[in-house]
Write a protein that binds this ligand. Sequence first.
Ligand code: SAM
Length: 189
Amino acid sequence: MHADNWAIRAKQEGFRTRAVYKLDEIANKTKVLNKKQYVLDLGSAPGGWSQYVKKKSPLSEVFAIDILNMEALDGVHFFQQSIEEIDRIEAINILKEKFGLVISDIAPNLTGINAIDVENIYELNSLTLETANKYLNKSNGSFIMKTFQNNMLKNLRKKMELSFKIVQTFKPAASKKQSGEIYLYGAYK
Ligand SMILES: C[S@@+](CC[C@H](N)C(=O)[O-])C[C@H]1O[C@@H](n2cnc3c(N)ncnc32)[C@H](O)[C@@H]1O
């Protein structure tokens, strides 16, 4: 499907972003939304993924953070904070090791200078992975994180493999081919 058609479909189905169809494909393949659980949405604005989680799994409780503001959504606790500050958010901090799913669609601002962008992506992904390890339930938690195809990807995947028993890479149909964007999935079991 052409990129614009995903956007049209999102509008028709009442979703805030076309990005929901990337999560939809990964969630269907990995079955991460089949249960009631706490879900942590990192880099959540404008809210497509949080909306999608609540639609697919209405009994799940979603905690979402972004440096940008996000319009309120029923059943979603939103905090306008950087992921670097997540431990200071009391409502989230008390749920350490209690989340069943952590999803991250965070992307850093790109400078256009490849070496700097690759480094920034790696740093942000490493912090996101650390956060997931801190907040996920170690027995059955799973993690979905956006990253990009570059020369640090192998290292990032290796880092994921140190934490998770299962690690898989996804390039959803709704993700623009030329973007280099991909998603890593990790599960403890
Ligand atoms: C591609 S958008 C997410 C779209 C979202 N999945 C949706 O469907 O609505 C990426 C988001 O990451 C956020 N972001 C970037 N750096 C961040 C950080 N350090 N902490 C929290 N959010 C961040 C951006 O503000 C942006 O809203």
